[in-house]
Design a protein around this ligand. Structure first.
Ligand SMILES: [Zn+2]
Length: 276
C-alpha cells in the first residue's frame, strides 16, 4: 500500500520529469526556430555559388549584391532573403524590371527542405539532420545549374551515383542489390527511351545528364521505388508546363524545360521515405 507521503513523492517526481522534458522540448523548438530562420540565408549562399559556377567565373569574394538587370546595388531591404522578393514582387526598385527568381527559388527550397526534414522524423539525430539537409542543398544547387545551363554535369551526377551505391553500407536503409539494380534499371530504361525518342522525333527528349541523374536516384531509392519516382517527376514536370502556359500565354508549350529540378524534388522526397 502506498502512503500519502509516497504518493506525494511520486507526484513530485512526475512533475520533475515533465519539467525536464519541457526544458528539452523548449531547447529543441528554440534550436529549430533559430535554424529555420537561418536556412533562407544558406539558400542565398547556395544560389550565389551556383550562379557563379554556371557563369564559369567562380569567385568566393563577397561582393555587394546587385540587380541582375541594371547592376545597381540593392538596398538593405532588398537583400533580406525570401521576404524581399515577395515584398518587392520580384522587381528591382531602380529599374522596375523583374529580378532573377533563382535566389528566391533557392531560399524557399532551403527553408522547405529543412522544415520537411524536421517534420518527418521525431527521433532525428544531428548527423542525419546535417546529412539530409546537405543532400537537399546539393540538389538545389544542381537544379539551379540545370535551370541556368540546361546541363547536369558528370562532375556532380557521377559522384552522387557512387555515394548512392555506397549508402547501404553506412546508412543501412536499403540493400546493396536493390540499390545496384535501381541504378542499372533506371539508367538503362531512360537511356533506351532517350535513344528511341531521338530516332523517332529527331530532337532530344531526355538529356544524358537526366539519364545519369535518374540512374543515381535509382541507387539512392532502390528499384522498388523507381516507378513512383519517374511518375512523380513526370507529373510534376507536366503540371509545371501547363501552369506556366496558363500564367504566361506567350510561352510555347513545346519549349524544352530542364527536367533536373523535378527529378531532384521527387527523388529527394521519395528517398526520405526510405529513412523514416
Ligand atoms: Zn535593376
Amino acid at each position: 500500500m502506498l502512503s500519502l507521503h509516497d504518493l506525494n513523492y511520486c507526484f513530485q517526481l512526475k512533475q520533475l520529469k515533465i519539467g525536464i522534458f519541457k526544458i528539452k522540448m523548449d531547447y529543441f523548438y528554440a534550436y529549430s526556430i533559430f535554424l529555420i530562420c537561418f536556412t533562407p540565408i544558406i539558400g542565398t549562399i547556395v544560389a550565389k555559388l551556383f550562379l557563379y559556377a554556371a557563369k564559369k567565373h567562380i569567385s568566393l569574394i563577397i561582393r555587394p549584391m546587385k540587380c541582375n538587370v541594371c547592376c545597381n546595388p540593392l538596398h538593405l531591404a532588398e537583400k533580406i532573403p525570401l521576404f524581399s522578393y515577395i515584398l518587392m514582387k520580384g522587381r528591382c526598385k531602380h529599374c522596375g524590371k523583374l529580378r532573377t527568381p533563382i535566389y528566391f527559388f533557392s531560399e524557399l527550397s532551403s527553408l522547405l527542405a529543412f522544415i520537411t526534414i524536421l517534420s518527418i522524423s521525431k527521433s532525428l539525430i544531428f548527423s542525419h539532420l546535417i546529412l539530409f539537409y546537405s543532400m537537399a542543398l546539393f540538389l538545389i544547387g544542381l537544379s539551379i545549374h540545370d535551370i541556368l545551363t540546361k546541363r547536369l554535369p558528370d562532375l556532380a551526377t557521377l559522384p552522387f551515383l557512387l555515394l548512392g551505391l555506397s549508402q547501404s553500407y553506412w546508412l543501412h536503409n536499403i540493400d546493396f542489390q536493390d540499390s545496384m539494380f535501381g541504378a542499372v534499371t533506371g539508367g538503362l530504361m531512360t537511356a533506351l527511351i532517350a535513344t528511341v525518342y531521338k530516332k523517332l522525333r529527331g530532337n532530344i527528349g531526355i538529356g544524358w545528364g537526366d539519364v545519369k541523374l535518374i540512374s543515381a536516384f535509382g541507387a539512392w531509392i532502390g528499384w522498388q521505388l523507381l516507378p513512383l519516382f519517374i511518375l512523380f517527376s513526370s507529373v510534376s514536370g507536366i503540371l509545371f508546363i501547363l501552369l506556366r502556359f496558363i500564367a504566361v500565354r506567350r510561352s510555347n508549350i513545346n519549349e524544352q524545360i530542364p527536367f533536373g529540378p523535378f527529378l531532384c524534388i521527387s527523388g529527394w522526397i521519395i528517398w526520405l521515405q526510405t529513412i523514416c
